[in-house]
Design a protein around this ligand. Structure first.
Ligand code: HSE
Length: 407
């Protein structure tokens, strides 16, 4: 009989429960692969278990509590006690990653976190190992399953934002409190982690600019369809003139973009580098069994050394005013000179119009256009001026467009 490999489990919610079930199912196969039989030696929840006791009786800690406190303290204590740690905690790593990775290096243990970004899609491993030799220029990601589900449902069924969110909660994609799913902060945490790995630069979540999908309406999507565009919540991390920009916002994509066909709770990450052109990984990004599968993969890897924690080899400056193309939606009076005045204000800031459609007549007239890429600050300056024109019937709505066609 194989020797036991003892796992201390912190947290027993949706993912913790699914992890225990999966571990029981896969125990024999894992013993055959590793020569060790994994077992859960202790569980800590709000109502049961003692951390010190669990730590003393385990070979590895799995942290699935989420949040910063007490997770940070427990992970640091586990590392200091020489235990490997596997975590799915994106908040923890996007706030305290440098401290935790540093501690893991110092104590010679592994800190694995595949499940912290994009669920079961093995993007962490690919960045840390498979693409370690590539100079990465840019990452685009759909890294929040809840918002991708909501936008997919609004586009395909025409349902309201509120109904789609309620469905996402019922299906277990959203966090207990979905605020950070829909306001973009969950995706921002994940992009901070991806950017950290791809660009060897410490990135704190507070350095990621983010916008959510709360203000998106079903008619934005309908108009955009006429322009050949589909809407996603996109995270971007990119090298710009030797600096690094990391951001999350809703963006329209043309149908040929590799992320345009990622629907429902799926996540996907596209990595671009001159040497490798482009790689897209996609799969389930949320849900208990899916995330548990990524956690178990990390546990097995920790049972079979070696692995690494990220090193800081450079520190690119982080910038937030970058170039982007935009979709601009305006409810206007239908009279001569309106389009010309809008175009003049855009032109004055260097915005060039790529395409434009007018929908409706008279009281219901709407102008919807796409402008070529320009510095975001200049575009928003033009939008502020347009917003004060007397022929506008409501504030203009602007959404970024990822202005690339992949073949
Ligand atoms: N609530 C997250 C999402 C789950 O919707 O993607 C995993 O982080």
């Amino acid at each position: 009989m194989a020797e036991a490999f003892r796992i201390g489990l912190l947290g027993h919610g949706t993912v913790g429960g699914a992890f225990e079930t999966l571990l029981t199912e896969r125990c024999e196969q894992i013993a055959a692969i590793t020569g060790l039989r994994p077992e859960i030696s202790g569980v800590l929840t709000r109502s049961r278990g003692d951390f010190e006791e669990i730590l003393g009786g385990c070979d590895l800690i799995v942290e699935l509590m989420g949040g910063l406190d007490p997770a940070r303290d427990y992970v640091l204590r586990a590392i200091a006690a020489g235990r490997h740690v596997v975590t799915a905690n994106k908040q923890l790593l996007s706030h305290h990653g440098e401290e935790l990775w540093g501690a893991a290096r110092e104590h010679g243990v592994q800190l694995r976190f595949e499940a912290s970004v994009a669920g079961v899609v093995p993007v962490i491993r690919v960045l840390q190992e498979s693409l370690a030799g590539a100079r990465i220029d840019r990452i685009h990601g759909i890294v929040n399953g809840t918002t991708n589900y909501i936008l997919s449902e609004m586009a395909s069924r025409g349902c309201s934002y509120a109904d789609a969110l309620a469905d996402a909660q019922r299906l277990g994609y959203a966090e207990a409190d979905p605020t950070e799913d829909v306001n973009g902060r969950d995706a921002a945490a994940k992009m901070a982690i991806l950017a950290r790995l791809a660009f060897d630069t410490p990135v704190h979540i507070d350095q990621v600019t983010y916008e959510g999908i709360e203000l998106i309406t079903a008619d934005d999507m309908q108009y955009a369809e006429d322009l050949g565009l589909g809407l996603k919540l996109i995270g971007t991390a990119e090298r710009i003139d030797g600096k690094l920009a990391v951001r999350v916002h809703p963006a329209f994509l043309y149908s040929g973009h590799p992320l345009a066909s990622v629907h429902g709770p799926f996540n996907a990450v596209t990595v671009e580098s001159e040497a490798i052109t482009e790689i897209t990984m996609s799969g389930p990004g949320a849900g208990g069994p899916q995330t548990a599968s990524a956690v178990l993969g990390d546990v097995i890897s920790a049972m079979i050394p070696p692995a690494s924690t990220p090193e800081t080899t450079q520190a690119l400056q982080i910038v937030d005013d970058v170039e982007s193309a935009f979709y601009l939606h305006m409810e206007v009076e239908d009279r001569p000179g309106v389009l010309a005045e809008v175009a003049a204000l855009l032109g004055a800031e260097g915005a060039s119009i790529k395409s434009v459609v007018q929908q409706g007549l008279g009281e219901r007239a709407r102008l919807v256009m796409v402008v070529h890429p320009l510095l975001e600050s200049r575009f928003f300056e033009a939008v502020a001026r347009i917003g004060s024109l007397d022929f506008l019937r409501s504030p203009p709505r602007a959404i970024r467009v990822i202005d690339e066609e992949f073949v």
